[in-house]
Ligand binder design. Structure first.
Ligand code: PMP
Length: 317
């Protein structure tokens, strides 16, 4: 009943918590991930933080949580970046990763939405995702586990989705893979996304295809940015369901020559090999394709302020 109150920046430390806090029992929790960059001109930039603020509201609504106004989300993130400015890496491709999150802090054991929430932002400097140069990853097709069903919480960025994905990630590791790719929960044949990244296919005519948002795919901000960037450079981008069989055969409306995963952490990661219980196949020549590399460079140049930002994506702190 008090609205959002008592905002402050303080040194990181433990958060006192009642053992009956609703989040510990029913998982009412959401989070975001974004980065602050040391820009080429010496300033500090956030990449499309309004999009994170909006997705945070959508996630809160799905999880029946109090929503945080966009202005408070942005204000909190900016205050923390100002306080932690000295930790923003100036090395190429380093950044300050920001993790806003919100959880049900009311202490009770009945099953109902909490009436109290805590919103927190923590930060951590991160180096280049590929310290030794971009390297294609091998991914595991998760046919034993799904991540989220329609009507479920897939499109919300809530902790429970990630809890559900951990067994698949462990299986991926057992099979020598870097990540797992999840299939849709209904027909179990359409490609949704990776555990923490969306996916794109590059066809031999230079066009792009990405799975259409279906209620269980997280609407990634990198995904949206790449669609806009590719279209602005004259490429066709089609959002439609893509089945694992189509990928295995390597053919959509054209031949699949490259595939990549994308998200805030790695920007773009080329996918070299796809492994499953049925065997494995190589994507294109298994290396980093030229269009993957080009899109990666274009997006990173905007994020680090090395190129013009025609979309007005960077928000200066
Ligand atoms: N899918 C999932 C499941 C994710 O966790 C992420 C990372 N937030 C993404 C896709 C990519 O989203 P974004 O580009 O906004 O980081």
């Amino acid at each position: 009943g008090k609205g959002w109150y008592d905002a402050r920046v303080e040194a990181r430390g433990p958060i006192p918590m009642d053992p009956a806090s609703a989040v510990l029992h029913y998982g009412q929790e959401i989070f975001e991930g974004l980065k602050a960059y040391a820009l080429a001109d010496g300033g500090v930039g956030l990449f499309r933080p309004q999009a994170n603020a909006q997705r945070f509201v959508t996630s809160a609504e799905r999880m029946s949580m109090a929503t945080l106004p966009e202005g408070l989300f942005l204000g909190a993130v900016k205050e923390l970046v100002k306080a932690d400015r000295q930790w923003i890496p100036t090395s190429t491709e380093g950044s300050l990763y920001l993790r806003p999150f919100q959880y049900a802090s009311e202490a009770f054991l009945g099953v109902r939405p909490s009436q109290e929430y805590l919103f927190v932002v923590i930060a951590s400097p991160v180096g280049a995702y590929f310290a030794k140069g971009v390297k294609p990853v091998t991914i595991w097709v998760s046919s034993d586990f799904t991540r989220a069903a329609p009507g479920g919480t897939g499109a919300a960025k809530c902790g429970g989705n990630y809890a559900a994905s951990l067994a698949a990630q462990a299986q991926a590791t057992e099979h020598g893979c870097d990540q797992s790719v999840f299939l849709d929960a209904v027909e179990r044949k359409y490609i949704d996304e990776l555990g923490g990244m969306n996916i794109f296919f590059v066809l031999d005519d230079g066009s792009l295809v990405t799975p259409a948002l279906n209620g269980s795919i997280l609407p990634g901000i990198t995904r949206d940015s790449l669609i806009k960037l590719a279209e602005a450079s004259g490429r066709t981008v089609t959002e439609r369901p893509v089945s694992i069989d189509e990928w295995r055969v390597g053919s959509l409306s054209g031949r699949i020559v490259e595939a990549f995963a994308c998200g805030t952490a790695a920007v773009l990661t080329p996918i070299g090999t796809v492994r499953s219980h049925d065997g494995e196949f190589t994507v294109g020549d298994g290396g980093t394709g030229p269009i993957t590399a080009e899109l990666r460079q274009s997006l990173m140049d905007i994020q680090w302020g090395r190129a013009e930002d025609p979309f007005g994506w960077t928000v200066r702190v």
